[in-house]
Ligand binder design. Structure first.
Ligand SMILES: NC(=O)c1ccc[n+]([C@@H]2O[C@H](COP(=O)([O-])OP(=O)(O)OC[C@H]3O[C@@H](n4cnc5c(N)ncnc54)[C@H](OP(=O)(O)O)[C@@H]3O)[C@@H](O)[C@H]2O)c1
Length: 294
């Protein structure tokens, strides 16, 4: 299957490229933002016409959650209009679209993992812009798969694990919120899942289009996640950090509000694609070791 990948310079994009050789049935033509900007409809049309892919995977997004509060225009331009452009081009060219979305489409008021059928009510601009992007795709290209993921970490770009390691090597004390619950998920697990979903699409009988959830099976707070990161890192390097303190979100104000609880129920994906939830405990050590080596 020939896959056109957009957002190839991001943490998920780079990880998809790294995992692709493990999925030899796929051939990938990848584009970073500089090479193909999803806000430019005619550029996408031109490249799709040129490459003639069997499938498009969109890993491109505006992901700066706090920055989005004051740069709403760009967040919507990329996450809504960009997604809309991809849906239009894919629908016209009769190419399926796999799009990545976020747990932040939910308000966080649930106390059990969110189902795909739960009402999405984002509480920040980033979540709203991603939800609008999902809606454009659902309206314009029936042959779509939207994969909502959570707390992505990898050795690439900016993410919580990388930030913690940097802080652990420069700070002596650190406060981390202990009342926001997430399911951290490695980009490698997400990439493999996306490539498995792509494989399923190549069957002529495939008809399970729609929205799916994917995240690690262990729910944790950012504080607990940080504690595990530092416990493991300390076994392999020296840290300046000696005190990690749990704090409530009120003591760490940020421009964007975050959902208090955004675990995702992944049962639909398991039933439809026979893909099980990964464990962040399993994926984390490898990412930390790679970051410490770099
Ligand atoms: N990170 C998380 O914790 C998280 C959590 C839940 C869901 N997600 C979702 O997962 C997906 C992948 O996110 P990620 O963590 O890989 O984010 P990322 O590292 O920020 O990567 C996003 C990529 O999109 C590119 N991009 C931005 N605007 C673009 C445009 N107009 N045209 C083309 N490319 C553009 C960026 O380019 P530059 O490299 O030039 O900036 C970047 O390479 C996104 O859909 C995101 O919403 C992420």
């Amino acid at each position: 299957m020939k896959i056109m990948l957009l957002g190839a310079g991001g943490q998920l994009g780079q990880t998809l490229l790294r995992q692709a050789p493990h999925h030899p049935n796929h051939q990938i033509c990848a584009y970073t933002q500089t090479q193909l900007n999803i806000t430019r409809l005619s550029d996408i049309e031109r490249m799709v016409h040129h490459d003639k892919p069997d499938l498009l995977i969109n890993a491109a997004a505006y992901t700066q959650v706090d920055q989005a509060e004051k740069d709403e225009e760009t967040a919507f331009l990329v996450n809504k209009e960009g997604a809309k452009h991809l849906a239009l081009v894919c629908a016209n060219a009769n190419i399926p679209l796999i799009h990545v979305s976020t747990d932040y489409v939910f308000s966080g008021d649930n106390t059990t993992p969110y189902l795909e059928t739960d009402v999405a009510q984002p509480i920040n601009v980033y979540g709203q812009s991603k939800l609008e992007g999902e809606r454009c795709i659902q309206a314009l290209q029936p042959q779509h798969l939207i994969l909502r993921v959570s707390g992505v970490f990898s050795p690439f770009k900016i993410n919580f694990v990388k930030k913690m390691l940097e802080l652990g090597q420069t700070k002596q004390t650190l406060n981390v919120v202990n009342d926001q619950f997430i399911c951290p998920t490695s980009a490698a697990d997400i990439a493999n899942t996306l490539l498995e979903m792509a494989k399923a699409l190549s069957s002529s009988k495939f008809c399970a289009w729609g929205t799916y959830h994917y995240c690690s099976k262990e729910i944790t707070s950012w504080f607990e996640f940080a504690r595990v990161i530092f416990d493991f890192a300390r076994q392999h390097t020296s840290l300046t950090l000696h005190t990690l303190k749990p704090i409530p979100s009120e003591h760490y104000p940020t421009p964007a509000k975050r959902p208090r609880f955004s675990a995702l129920n992944c049962e639909k994906l398991r039933r439809q694609f026979s893909l099980s939830q990964p464990s962040w405990h399993h994926s984390l050590p490898q990412v930390i070791l790679e970051l410490l080596r770099s």
